[in-house]
Design a protein around this ligand. Structure first.
Ligand code: NAP
Length: 382
């Protein structure tokens, strides 16, 4: 029984594809969206959940009208999202909301004792220590959906925790891997929204282009797998076939390969530890004549370094990096700043922050609010 938070997004719609493919094995009990009530209504009519929630309540009446007579409960606002995340009937919650908005729902799911199949990496970036502690307290698991972390999660089955030498996250390198610093300054939102190998939502696509996505993934891996950041490496692998690797103490490297199709890691998160036949594309290994790996260029893509830094310093630094980056990405999409300013704003906000070890969630959220204001002020020159 599954609740899909963010069902109208890229991960959400792929999750529903997987659910349809798995048939009777999966029952959808809750669906949520922010504002896309039309798609949410269509999904609800098809999957017949117990409830749906629309966070941006301005179109709630239209959703209610659309679903009247179906018996599906309709809720609005953040309470609706939290209600879906903690719905009694759900065993597994798929966290596929984008950005910091996903954190309260991740917490609600774990507090209610659900398995959390997590795509919303921002939850772990902001409050990884808190979330993994909560999962351990409640005896529930956080299963990654992010393809790199799903790959590592699968590779780790090949050895014991004490045998892991390092985690190797692969990165496509984004569409501007070969751009000069001068060319990077002139990248437009349209150019950045065209990812070479993955079809994703706007925010994660921009994060992939700046390589900040990989910075967030370093922090995500640090908390998910309890591996210190100096044992997490990144390699640029433009073909996006090797989704990530684990090197063990005897020098063996175990890799997970698959087509660049998020339905693979989503399905594994829903069926793990079992495997089911896939609707996702299969690899033709005879076509794999050119799998390349190279170190990332942190001079042209300095955002990546912020990941190791925030993972090492911990405390509120992850929340600050995440919030400053979200503000900067939105400003870039609104054409208020240029492409390279996204990373400059994130870095200057991180530089200005003195991290504390948060006593609880309120301090994480306070750091998030501070960083959003600091990032906006950095642009307006206040
Ligand atoms: N897409 C991928 O392939 C991919 C791969 C790895 C990891 N991820 C991670 O998965 C998460 C989702 O990414 P995505 O690409 O699926 O994003 P997306 O396509 O933008 O979808 C986001 C979903 O969250 C909902 N949403 C947006 N703002 C919200 C808010 N304030 N409160 C509640 N719900 C909100 C959206 O509803 P509306 O449709 O109504 O706006 C939509 O359902 C991100 O954390 C991303 O980093 C994505």
């Amino acid at each position: 029984m599954i609740a899909v938070l963010g069902s109208t997004g890229s991960i959400g719609t792929n999750t529903l594809d997987v659910a349809a493919h798995l048939g009777d094995r999966i029952e959808i009990v809750a669906l949520t969206a922010d504002s896309n009530w039309e798609l949410l209504a269509r999904q609800a009519r098809r999957f017949e959940p117990i409830m749906v929630a629309l966070t941006d309540a301005s179109h709630l009446d239209r959703l209610e009208t659309e679903l009247s007579g179906t018996g599906i409960r309709v809720m609005g606002g953040e309470e609706g999202l939290i209600a879906a995340a903690s719905l009694d009937e759900a065993d597994v919650v798929v966290g596929a909301v984008v950005g910091a908005a996903g954190l309260p729902a991740s917490i609600a799911a774990l507090e209610s004792g659900k398995t959390l199949a997590l795509a919303n990496k921002e939850s772990l970036v902001m409050a990884g220590e808190y979330l993994t502690g909560l999962a351990a307290d409640r005896g529930v698991e956080i299963i990654p959906i992010d393809s790199e972390h799903s790959a590592i999660y699968q590779c780790l089955r090949a050895g014991k925790p004490g045998e892991v030498a390092r985690l190797i996250l692969t990165a496509s390198g984004g569409p501007f891997r070969e751009f000069s610093p001068g060319e990077l300054r002139h990248v437009t939102p349209e150019m950045a929204l065209r990812h070479p190998t993955w079809q994703m939502g706007a925010k994660v696509t921009i994060d992939s282009a700046t390589l900040t996505n990989k910075a967030l993934e370093i922090i995500e891996a640090r908390w998910l797998f309890d591996v210190p950041p100096d044992r997490i490496d990144v390699l640029v692998h433009p073909q996006s076939i090797v989704h990530s690797m684990v090197e063990f103490c005897d020098g063996s490297v175990v890799a997970q390969l698959g087509a660049p199709d998020m339905r693979g890691p989503i399905q594994y998160a829903l069926t793990s530890p079992d495997r089911e036949s896939a609707g996702a594309h299969r690899l033709d290994l005879t076509e794999m004549r050119n799998l390349t790996f190279e170190p990332p260029d942190t001079e042209r893509f300095p955002g990546l370094l912020l990941g190791w830094r925030a993972a090492a310093e911990g405390g509120t630094l992850g929340a600050v990096l995440n919030a400053a980056n979200e503000v900067a990405v939105n400003m870039f999409l609104d054409r208020q700043i240029n492409f390279t300013a996204i990373t400059s704003i994130a870095r200057s906000t991180v530089d200005a922050h003195s991290p504390i070890h948060p006593a609880g969630l309120e301090e994480v959220m306070a750091a998030d609010r501070w960083a959003r204001e600091a990032a906006r002020a950095a642009v307006s020159g206040d």
